[in-house]
Design a protein around this ligand. Structure first.
Ligand SMILES: Cc1ncc(COP(=O)(O)O)c(C=O)c1O
Length: 494
């Protein structure tokens, strides 16, 4: 028929770029944010581009229709592969972590795919993890292809060959920064590589959720303790080989609450029905723009505005039972009318705003021991030139004194540990318990600055004080009626 496309896969790509007009209020004048609406792809996300390239490469290597595609996927890659598989005649088996929304599972099954669920709260190299289970299924299924998006070079290649050139053609290179959430790294590594080749001064900025490994690694070179978070599709607890962190000019960290509130604002104020990682990317871009925007603007010397392009991966439909459900948002403390048991800032406040004590990596073992003794604490964050370098604790010092070269005069540089997680003042206390079960301490950072350290005993102390608090109830001013007390008992006022 005239005007018809050969099949639905021909609608992948050419996604629109749209300016944000409302959620960006408060940005410095002259700083603009635009979004690339990848969620309008037929498979529902940017992973349609990846699926095309993965299958193209697999077919070049001999894969024949009728075979089985196996993948570890949090949903979107599965949806895109399932769509392509339906058209090209492949079977699909997808392995997912169990934190994923029910909508994503249902979506995959709708295309006839088999879905296997695995526990989220296990290490990536645990045999029960979704990475390991998917590999095993691929090994055991004859005539199968393991898509392996975390380690398949066809992933960043898809964005190098397609997303990057498409953005360049659409914008004619008229923008200053590209901001994207970091998952497998395919988007940022492939698109970033292409854009940098065309215009090296374009800033490539990654957005990472609090709890993921990437942020600390980029900022400090340390592999800290990852912990769980709710936003789907971004952040990792291991390093995929598809990720090229060197392509990044900067990295921004966002927490679940800011991601989800921005996701809802994007829908309600901009009419962009995006998923949580889209909200994360825009929240991160706005944060970044507040500090980097004026710098970029000054460098332009009046030659036009600063334009930031943000990549929106998937749509909101898959999250209606979570991000767009007030009960779920409230239960998780993401709505402001449900404060929960507090945030890390409350713990720091309770400790009488005691100034954070840090040391440097050139400090001597004996001096650090003296500081720990004097302050009655067990560890210190190590900060060089304002940047967090690691943690030094009494256990490391003890090990050094017992089995290392017995020189109390040597520096602590070789003794630094990564056995900590980094959190922000806004991190919820509900999360800290899990963080501290695994890590020696939680170091509190605001941007690059270290503003506090929280250990198990601080958390216990806070919770004990909190549970001892008598709730303050404002009595109703009435002479006749009984007043309801906090515990439900009633008394008569005189
Ligand atoms: C919803 C969502 N956002 C962002 C990403 C991150 O993209 P990439 O894997 O290309 O880094 C993913 C990847 O799974 C995703 O599903």
């Amino acid at each position: 028929m005239h005007g018809a496309l050969e099949d639905i896969t021909k609608t992948v790509g050419n996604t629109p770029i749209v300016r944000l007009n409302k959620v960006t209020k408060g940005l410095p004048p002259g700083v603009e944010i635009y979004v690339k609406c990848e969620y309008l792809n037929p498979g529902g996300s940017h992973k349609d581009r990846l699926a095309w390239n993965l299958l193209r490469r697999a077919e070049e290597a001999g894969l024949q229709p009728g075979g089985t595609i196996v993948e570890a996927t949090s949903g979107n890659t599965g949806a895109s592969l399932a769509l392509l598989a339906a058209i090209r005649g492949y079977k699909c088996v997808f392995v997912m972590p169990d934190k994923m929304s029910q909508e994503k599972v249902t979506n995959l099954r709708a295309f006839g795919a088999k879905v296997v669920m695995c526990p989220t709260a296990v290490d990536a190299d645990d045999p029960r993890s979704y990475y390991k289970v998917s590999r095993r299924i691929a090994d055991e299924t004859p005539n199968s292809f393991y898509a392996n998006q975390y380690h398949n070079p066809a992933n960043p290649e898809a964005h190098y060959l397609w997303t990057g050139p498409e953005i360049w053609k659409q914008t004619k290179g008229d923008f200053d920064a590209f901001v994207a959430g970091l998952g497998t790294g395919g988007t940022v590594s492939g698109t970033g590589k292409f854009l940098k080749e065309k215009k090296p001064e374009i800033q490539i900025v990654g957005v990472d959720p609090v709890g993921s490994l990437y942020y600390d690694f980029v900022k400090t070179g340390r592999i800290t303790k990852p912990f769980s978070y709710k936003v789907e599709g971004i952040g990792e607890d291991f390093f995929p080989t598809t990720m090229n962190l060197k392509i990044l000019d900067d990295i921004v960290r966002v927490d679940d609450k800011e991601c989800f509130l921005m996701t809802r604002a994007m829908t309600r104020e901009e009419g962009l029905f995006v998923g949580g990682s889209g909200g994360a990317a825009v929240a991160g871009a706005i944060k970044w723009a507040k500090t980097a925007g004026p710098r970029l603007l000054a460098a332009k010397k009046g030659q036009g505005s600063v334009k930031i392009l943000v990549f929106l991966c998937d749509g909101g439909q898959k999250y209606v039972s979570k991000i767009f459900n007030d009960d779920w948002m409230r239960e998780n403390g993401f709505l402001d009318d449900e404060p929960g048991i507090g945030t890390v800032a409350d713990i720091l406040h309770l400790r009488n705003k005691r100034k954070i004590v840090t040391t440097t990596s050139t400090a001597k073992v004996k001096d650090v021991i003296a500081t720990l003794k004097q302050l009655g604490i067990s560890q210190l964050p190590v900060v060089d030139k304002g940047k967090l370098k690691g943690i030094i604790s009494e256990v490391d010092l003890l090990r050094h004194m017992v089995s290392g070269p017995k020189t109390a005069g040597s520096s602590i540089a070789a003794l630094l540990e990564s056995d900590y997680a980094t959190v922000t003042p806004d991190t919820k206390i509900e999360l800290l318990q899990g963080v501290l079960a695994d890590a020696r301490a939680a170091i509190v950072t605001e941007g690059d600055a270290v503003v506090g350290i929280v250990t198990k005993i601080d958390l216990i102390d806070y919770l004990a004080k909190k549970s001892a608090e008598v709730p303050v109830v404002k009595p109703k001013v009435s002479k006749k009626k009984p007043v309801k007390k906090a515990n439900g008992a009633r008394e008569r006022r005189a």
